[in-house]
Write a protein that binds this ligand. Structure first.
Ligand SMILES: Cc1cc2nc3c(=O)[nH]c(=O)nc-3n(C[C@H](O)[C@H](O)[C@H](O)COP(=O)(O)OP(=O)(O)OC[C@H]3O[C@@H](n4cnc5c(N)ncnc54)[C@H](O)[C@@H]3O)c2cc1C
Ligand code: FES
Ligand code: FES
Length: 475
């Protein structure tokens, strides 16, 4: 017998006694007969299966995020509000559905449900509505027949309509319901969900079972295996307040923090002013809403973007197991391809790194076959601590150039203790290329990736100290 997984589905309360690894998409279509949510790629890539997941933030207001139900474990819905296309029905068409009709934003209609749900999520988001954010809200939805220009025009209409939406969350919800953006039951959800959560028992956290964050890796790699799990160790419980916070000199990232938390964290944006630019290169909005930072590290992909970012920031991995807590520097966490310094049963509790202070230069770069929504061919991050022009500490990481994410000691050896100069940058770039051990695969030949890493080192300095980059040497 499975433990009941309890949540709100549209206007109803659900208690599901199914495997916690059942994917939400199957639950909706097969068990609830809610077939408006479509099955496309089943790998989180196309957005046909998009649903909204709402949970209360500190202060009680609801936060809704778009997620791909095809790789979402049912257990991660415990205590949340799941909204499908059926749960958005109003008397006629909603204004964002009407905008899609008016602008000819749909042809075969297969993708349209996903776009409409993502637009609904956008209408529920707080802050001033802008065209840029509206487009970002649908960046996980793929359409293969209409063409995006008409959908972008629909987005423009939605943005214009939202200019009247009140800023305060509770008022905004009522306004959206009054103006037929949402059905009438929506404003009652915060109260109803709070009552459900008060009565909720946390799902058991057994030891030595599969640990699941957002499931964006596990449910793509081994969906059948996950569906058969009787128990899971869930780390996606986000009810403990701030996901990323400062503790003295340290920045702490909880195990439940997502890539979206990294992107939108005021602290991360203050410390890394280019944070939003870096994160735009990482997956899509729904995947960032689900995928955890810890999951990115533990899945041990040699091209994990968050891993690369954090390795150059001297991050420590805090692991908790039956023998207590261990702290492992991220740079020595990887022992070989997909092999970690992690004992059986150990769970990543948090990640922490020293907040940049004094004169620090940092940059992250990623090159993939497509600029957006693609995994890296090669990525790299560089962090320099300076005393005047002298480098007192240098940390450089790279992905896609070896069997694991790599810490580039060779770059540290060249840079530390030296004064920044064109010649030094050239030596650092050559040292990085020298340490790389790429293999040839679908993402490029080994010599191309080695060259790419060399160029990314120049790229870091082109951003950080452009006046010092010798373009002739970089050719
Ligand atoms: C469409 C799509 C696009 C993607 N694009 C990118 C991209 O651009 N860049 C990128 O880097 N990645 C990308 N990914 C990969 C993935 O989304 C990320 O690696 C994500 O951060 C994984 O986190 P998760 O919580 O979903 O992991 P999960 O699937 O939940 O878990 C991954 C692994 O980590 C383990 N694990 C999770 N949390 C813990 C913990 N706290 N303690 C111990 N073990 C744990 C799990 O047991 C599992 O082995 C993409 C994935 C998809 C589906
Ligand atoms: S079916 Fe394609 S993202 Fe879920
Ligand atoms: S309308 Fe056919 S795939 Fe978008």
């Amino acid at each position: 017998m499975f433990e009941p997984i309890r949540f709100m589905l549209n206007d109803r309360e659900i208690s599901a006694t199914l495997s916690p690894g059942t994917v939400m998409l199957d639950f909706l279509r097969k068990h609830q007969r809610l077939v408006g949510t479509k099955i496309g790629c089943r790998e989180g890539d196309c957005g046909a299966c998009t649903v909204l997941v709402g949970e209360p933030e500190d202060g009680g207001a609801m936060r809704y995020q778009s997620m791909t139900s095809c790789i979402m474990p049912l257990a991660n819905a415990h205590g949340k509000h799941i909204v499908t296309i059926e749960g958005l029905n109003v008397r006629d068409l909603t204004p964002y559905q009407q905008a899609m009709v008016d602008e000819a934003g749909t042809q075969c209609g297969f993708c349209t449900v996903g776009f409409v749900v993502s637009f609904a999520g956008y209408c529920l988001a707080q802050g001033k509505a802008t065209q840029e954010d509206a487009i970002a809200a649908i960046d996980g939805n793929i359409c293969r027949c209409t063409g995006y220009k008409s959908i972008e025009r629909a987005a423009e209409k939605v943005v214009a309509l939202l200019q009247e939406r009140p800023a305060q969350a509770g008022e905004a919800l009522s306004w959206l319901a009054e103006h037929q953006f949402l059905p009438a039951y929506f404003p009652s959800v915060p109260q109803r969900l709070a009552a459900l959560r008060d009565d909720l028992t946390a799902l058991t956290q057994p030891e030595e079972t599969v640990v699941v964050g957002g499931g964006t890796d596990l449910f793509v790699q081994k969906p059948e295996h996950m569906a058969q799990q009787r128990r899971l160790t869930l780390v996606f419980d986000r009810s403990h307040g701030e996901q990323i916070y400062r503790d003295g000199d340290k920045v702490v990232i909880r195990s439940s923090a997502t890539a979206e938390d990294m992107r939108s964290s005021p602290l991360m944006n203050q410390l890394f002013p280019q944070m939003r630019r870096y994160m735009k290169l990482v997956s899509s909005t729904p995947i960032r809403n689900m995928g955890t930072v810890a999951g990115n590290l533990v899945n041990a992909s040699p091209i994990g973007d968050l891993t690369c970012f954090l390795m150059a920031n001297q991050t420590e991995v805090v692991l908790k197991g039956e023998n207590g807590v261990r702290v492992v520097p991220l740079r020595s966490f990887y022992k070989g391809y997909k092999t970690l310094d992690r004992l059986p049963g150990e769970v990543v509790q948090e990640l922490r790194f020293n907040a940049p202070s004094g004169k620090v230069l940092f940059n992250f770069e990623k090159v993939s076959k497509r600029t957006h929504l693609d995994i890296a061919s090669v990525n790299s991050a560089l962090r320099l601590q300076l005393d005047g022009d002298r480098i007192t500490r240098a940390d450089c990481s790279a992905g896609g150039v070896g069997p694991t994410p790599m810490y580039l000691d060779a770059v540290t050896a060249v840079l530390e203790g030296q004064t920044l100069s064109s010649e030094l940058i050239t030596r650092a770039a050559e040292a990085a290329a020298g340490q790389a051990q790429p293999i040839s695969d679908a993402r490029g030949e080994h010599f191309y990736k080695r060259l790419l890493l060399r160029q990314l080192i120049y790229g870091h300095f082109a951003i950080l100290t452009p006046e010092l980059v010798n373009l002739e040497a970089a050719r």
